[in-house]
Ligand binder design. Structure first.
Ligand SMILES: Cc1cc2nc3c(=O)[nH]c(=O)nc-3n(C[C@H](O)[C@H](O)[C@H](O)COP(=O)(O)OP(=O)(O)OC[C@H]3O[C@@H](n4cnc5c(N)ncnc54)[C@H](O)[C@@H]3O)c2cc1C
Ligand SMILES: *[C@@H]1O[C@H](CO)[C@@H](O)[C@H](O)[C@H]1NC(C)=O
Ligand SMILES: *[C@@H]1O[C@H](CO)[C@@H](O)[C@H](O)[C@H]1NC(C)=O
Ligand SMILES: *[C@@H]1O[C@H](CO)[C@@H](O)[C@H](O)[C@H]1NC(C)=O
Ligand SMILES: *[C@@H]1O[C@H](CO)[C@@H](O)[C@H](O)[C@H]1NC(C)=O
Length: 427
């Protein structure tokens, strides 16, 4: 029998994580990435809970550790930069992690790590994407943007928050299941200056504004600007060019205090902040993660938003469960006939159905709890939230990991897959 032939659209985090498992199972895996090279940009991310467990099962913890960012904790400061609260990173490895985990890493480093672990077994095609596809009950025929065509047993859309694959599997007139959390963020990197420490620093400004810094390198820091409400000005500029976007953010923070002028200066200097990126914070919630032999993975299917601290973990866990279900159902269908208890006779369709059934309770916890706390429905709610955060910081209750971040998923265990375990990768 020919090896299962899989096309993955998107070479971010979730796509390569799935390719990692599928290629080791001996399947024939191709990744198409729209960007012309590995898109290893982005700021600091982390792994929590089941995400760490999955990393260990992939046997990649040692490699990951060698890239970990050295952040001592999270502090909140007032407009003069005086520390008002400090939540230290908890290096004991026990209980919930604080805001700063033992698994802080730059997105680009994780991206490269996954790429290096897959590039010898997986075919990567950069600068290309899926133009369209058609499927029958045996395969998916894919038309690529470079004019070529090919046939696959399975197409996986791991193409992120703005997934094109998602739009293509939804009925033409249905709205994109993109739920705004009524918050905007901008990220960029600026040069280090005297006094910057290896610490995350939050500053709550008036009028729903937030400034935030993190440091990952000797010569630069990460700058974050946040606005926690709807604002037409911001919404409109999301579709414009980077220069207009920078201009709006700079205007919005003119009188914000603390290091606002440092941020704005960097925004206005063309030689700095050239990795500027801004977006509307949102979740993706969709009823069906697949249609036929086309399935969604990672942010494309269930982006929980950075507010949960679980996006990267969810991607690794999702890739593991999808790979596990595919391997399990193919193994079963090769064995005893009629042992397929999941309904449809086609093992791929059964696997996709099982992937959603298994993972959805986990995803729902990560997303629902977040929307109950981090996403108050009114502007007033958001203001109250900001106030409570400041108060809790003073009381030294680690409110972020306990009530905001969604590491603490209960009553859901990472499934065991004999087919993945027998690969012997676990550390
Ligand atoms: C450039 C970038 C920077 C990011 N920075 C941060 C950050 O600072 N903090 C944070 O918390 N999260 C960040 N994220 C999101 C974070 O990576 C995800 O939330 C999470 O890791 C889930 O990963 P994913 O693979 O599902 O999606 P992503 O990491 O978004 O990867 C999706 C990939 O698909 C590619 N793609 C998109 N459309 C197509 C298409 N039509 N055809 C082929 N390929 C396509 C994209 O170029 C990208 O490489 C960033 C994502 C990107 C793409
Ligand atoms: C770290 O977490 C453990 C387990 O929850 C806790 O007992 C310990 O006090 C924490 N240490 C710090 C420094 O917060
Ligand atoms: C990590 O941070 C601490 C505290 O700021 C610093 O003393 C130490 O030199 C840093 N280590 C590395 C490897 O950067
Ligand atoms: C999900 O898709 C299946 C067929 O692919 C369909 O029968 C079912 O109604 C869909 N469910 C929802 C909630 O859209
Ligand atoms: C296939 O499934 C059987 C029965 O569950 C199991 O014993 C076997 O280890 C599986 N094969 C592989 C390669 O994992």
């Amino acid at each position: 029998m020919a090896a299962l032939k899989v096309l993955i659209s998107g070479g971010g985090i979730a796509g390569p994580a799935l390719a990692f498992w599928l290629s080791r199972l001996g399947y024939d895996v191709t990744i198409v990435e729209r960007f012309s090279c590995l898109r290893a940009s982005g700021q600091q991310i982390d792994l929590r809970g089941h995400g760490i467990q999955t990393l260990k099962r992939m046997g990649l913890e040692q490699a990951y550790r060698s890239k970990v960012v050295n952040e001592t904790g999270l502090q909140f400061v007032d407009s003069s930069g005086r520390q008002k609260a400090f939540f230290p990173a908890n290096k004991t490895g026990k209980g919930l992690q604080s805001f700063t985990t033992n698994y802080e890493i730059m997105r680009g480093d994780l991206c490269r790590l996954l790429y290096d672990a897959t590039k010898d077994h997986v075919k990567y095609i950069f600068g290309t994407s899926v133009e369209s596809f058609e499927q029958d009950d045996k395969s998916v025929e894919v038309q690529f943007t470079d004019g070529s065509k090919d046939r696959f047993d399975l197409l996986v859309g791991a193409d992120g928050l703005g997934s094109r694959t998602r739009r293509m599997i939804l009925p033409p007139d249905s709205p994109d299941p993109f739920y705004s959390l009524h918050m905007y963020m901008a990220y960029f990197t600026i040069p280090q200056q005297e006094g910057d420490e290896y610490i995350a620093t939050g500053y709550l400004a008036t009028n729903k504004r937030l400034l935030f810094t993190r440091r990952h390198s000797p010569d630069s820091i990460q700058a974050y600007m946040g606005y926690s409400d709807d604002l037409d000005q911001l919404k409109d500029v999301m579709k414009s060019g980077v220069e207009e976007q920078k201009k709006i953010w700079a205007e919005l923070f003119q009188d914000a205090g603390w290091q606002a002028q440092r941020f704005i200066k960097a925004l206005q200097d063309d030689s700095l902040s050239n990795d500027f990126f801004t977006h509307e914070v949102a979740q993706v919630r969709i009823d069906n993660w697949s249609r036929g032999r086309v399935v969604l993975l990672g942010d494309a299917a269930y982006c929980p938003s950075p507010a949960t601290g679980m996006g990267t973990s969810l991607s690794l866990v999702g890739a593991y469960v999808l790979a596990g279900e595919i391997a399990k159902h193919l193994n079963r269908s090769n064995g005893v006939d009629g042992d397929n208890t999941d309904g449809a006779g086609d093992p791929i369709l059964s696997a996709l159905e099982a992937y959603q059934r298994r993972l959805k309770p986990f995803v729902s916890q990560v997303q629902k709890l977040a929307s109950g706390f981090w996403v108050p429905s009114s502007p007033r709610g958001i203001a109250v939230f900001n106030f409570l955060l400041g108060l809790a910081a003073k009381l030294r209750i680690d409110v972020l990991s306990r009530w905001v971040l969604r590491e603490d998923v209960r009553g859901w265990d990472l499934p065991e897959y004999a087919e993945l375990a027998q690969l012997g990768l676990s550390e």
